[in-house]
Design a protein around this ligand. Structure first.
Ligand code: MRU
Length: 318
């Protein structure tokens, strides 16, 4: 892909993993929006990357930049990384810069930021040999080694002992299909558990720390992440196990004062009624909010932020 001449975006279709590794060429903005909305491309950081490239693609094809940016941002509402990346590429275009160059620079920044998260997290979790994680935050969800999983890979790279308990992550099973698969393929010791077994694993002392990603962090530290994260934080607090969030700072939304103001995406009944041919009413929120007081630290590329998060987040972003 040469600068300014983006013709298509190649993505792994994550819906088909791990059974099939299919790379799709997204040649239109509609295809990018659809890939993000249907979770072919998923994970906060990667949807930001795809959104930025999608805008560069649309501009290249002569579409109106503002309208295209709006369409891309609307593809998924909770992960703020998407809007941040699209708006940065839009601002570059408005300033007369090459939008593709800006989008590609964001990808490279993401890779480096996740490397730093891994290293800061490794230092913070020195001595922790088993972590429990939720959803997928690794090589499929970022352009680098990941946020929460970046810490795992950093420990592995440093030759430290590390075991991972991965929750299945219902209903779309990102933990089972993606996290367990990617860790296993990378030679990391991983055990898959049903979501409902997490509280027992914590109670039985099997977990040294819980570490998850983030889709949006409010100014007070309240954090939106995959549905089920809040229950993990509550259970970890009950058992005295530290609960960490690992995220690039572009997941921080200082314009959102607290978790109550974060829009939570609700997804269709079809994700839950597979194999159930009855039109049962379904509530299927894709994310929940973990209150800041349950979070021991937020591991970022600028270091590990500690409570009170309103001050530490502001300091890290300033
Ligand atoms: O619905 P998904 O699969 O996009 O949800 C992803 C998560 O909740 C991740 O934990 C989050 O995006 C962080 S990925 C670095």
């Amino acid at each position: 892909m040469s600068s300014g001449l983006v013709e298509a975006i190649a993505v792994i279709d994550q819906r088909l993993l791990p059974g099939e590794l299919v790379v799709r060429r997204l040649e239109t903005v509609e295809a990018v929006v659809d890939a993000i909305a249907t979770l072919a491309v998923r994970g906060a950081n990667v949807i930001g990357s795809a959104g930025g490239l999608g805008l560069a693609l649309g501009i290249r094809q002569g579409l109106d930049a503002n309208t295209t940016a709006e369409q891309l941002i609307a593809a998924r509402p909770t992960a703020v990384n998407l809007a941040v990346a699209v708006n940065l590429v839009l601002a570059a275009h408005d300033a007369g810069e090459d939008p593709l160059e800006r989008a590609l620079a964001l990808l490279a920044e993401d890779t480096e930021q996740t490397r730093l998260i891994g290293e800061f997290g490794r230092a913070e979790l020195a001595g922790v040999t088993t972590v429990l994680t939720h959803c997928n935050t690794g090589r499929l969800a970022t352009t680098g080694w990941g946020t929460a999983l970046g810490v795992v890979y950093a420990k592995q790279a440093a030759g430290e002992e590390i075991h991972v308990i991965a929750t299945e992550t219902r209903p779309l099973r990102q933990g089972a299909r993606l996290t367990a698969w990617e860790l296993h393929a990378s030679g990391v010791d991983v055990a898959l558990i049903p979501d409902s077994a997490a509280a027992s694993a914590l109670a039985q002392g099997r977990v040294g720390a819980v570490i998850v990603g983030a889709d949006r962090i409010a100014a007070n530290g309240d954090t939106a992440n995959k549905i089920g994260t809040r229950a993990l934080a509550v259970a970890a607090h009950h058992e005295g196990v530290p609960f960490y969030v690992a995220a690039t700072l572009n997941a921080v939304d200082l314009g959102t004062v607290s978790g109550d103001a974060i829009e939570i995406e609700e997804r269709g009944a079809g994700e839950m009624l597979e194999g159930i041919p009855v039109p049962i009413p379904v509530w299927n929120p894709a994310f929940d909010v973990t209150p800041a007081h349950l979070i021991a630290g937020i591991i970022t590329e600028a270091g590990v932020l500690k409570p009170p998060f309103d001050a530490s987040l502001k300091g890290a972003i300033a």
